[in-house]
Write a protein that binds this ligand. Sequence first.
Ligand code: GLN
Length: 496
Amino acid sequence: MNQASTPNDDFFGHPIGLRTLFLTEMWERMSYYGMRALLVLYMTGAMTGFNPGLGWSQLEAQAIYGIYVGMVYFIVIPGGWLADNILGHQKAVLIGAIIIMLGHFTLAIPIDQTFFLGLIFVVIGTGLLKGNISTIVGKLYSDEDGRRENGYYVFYMAINIGSTLGFLICSYLGEKIGWHWGFGAAGVGMTFGVIQFIKTRHLLGAAGAEPNSMDEARRSRLVLWSKISLAITAIVIIAGLVGLYTINARAFAEGFYYFLSFVAGTYFLYLYFFAGLTSEEKKSVILLGLLFIGAAAFWSGFDQSASSLSIFARDYTDLSISGYIIPIGWLQFANPIFVVIFAPVFAGMWTQLARKNLNPSLPIKFAFGLLLMALSFVVMLYAVELALVSSPVNMRWLILTYLIQTWGELALSPVGLAAFSRHSPKKYVGQMFGLWFTASAIGGVLAGLLGGDALVEGLDSISPVFGFMVQYYVIIAVALIVISFLIGKTREGKES
Ligand code: GLN
């Protein structure tokens, strides 16, 4: 599947197909983060005034946000299965991108009734696109090609350039002109991504073009089962949309959290006890299980950028710069901008440490990420104290929070993705990739639940929740460090 690349057809020294994936992911993340930054603000916005929102309670809106983020990352698993077995990854990405585009345009319709339909489209489309596009990146390189890791690093840049654009454009239009203009802008961004993908898809060559080979009888059976499952899902969704049943968002989010934890836990137990793994592979499964818990905890704080922290920015932060009130979502592009600035620093740091044989092991890096996440919420606890005395507070506190969280992200996220592809038992790599995104799903749901709890009584209820989070980050980080010492693995590539 290797794409030959010559000096004339490369992309920063990578196969030219990476350019296609880079731009598609950039536009997709522009639309995803741009719309996500508006979501809670729109749901909790007052129903009257210049830019009327839906007027929902914090508890409900944050729960819906959590379910949305959780679903986006959970649907990556069936999306990956469909691509592997039926569609092929390229087709899955294209169909996903088109569905996402339709979702954002549905949200752009200036009526409330189509809101959930739009969200459902974006969830399904992202499920088809997000994991599969990451898989095609890997397929651009042969197994021996040393550029693969660096290719993922270039791809991570696409994610962050895209989200910067999203916050910049969608937040401005959504907050200053009208919510639905912001949603529409996300749709226009995704349209650029779709056109670009169609025009340059041929550059991907065979990478991800075909599904796994299998005999046709089996494939037809799988197609039939997929169609039946899709039809049942569609009926359940339509019944909900036309009001045949109603859902309590908060209770659903809680149930979804338990469901995801149960699925992930059962899968790890299955792998350990029943998958016929060697003792070496079993050790890796334990390691990945620990990283999974660390990642889920990490995202539960990180994803509050568009939930509780966004409301803190709206209600308790001074957003004026030389007299101009910036859109609330603009504070969030601190994260992607800091990623672009600091990613090379972190990559260089690990390489330097590795040279001296001091590269920390994966659990230690994750613990470091979690401690930084804890520290970021300590900053927020201080900001809340200030706001209790005199509100609004300076925006520097949120920017500092995002800076520290970004350092945490860089210690954990790219490292975790690479770890799941390197340490997963060979036969199960695809599914383990899905599991990595399940950690994001659990984190997303928790972000909605914790964000709701934090804001239920305005400023007063924030500190107990953030204080609790700081404690659980520290406990998990310490547990990871202790376990690393117990199993004698504190450095990467070396038993200490
Ligand atoms: N910021 C990264 C992305 O959008 C990772 C997000 C996550 O896994 N929760 O791809």
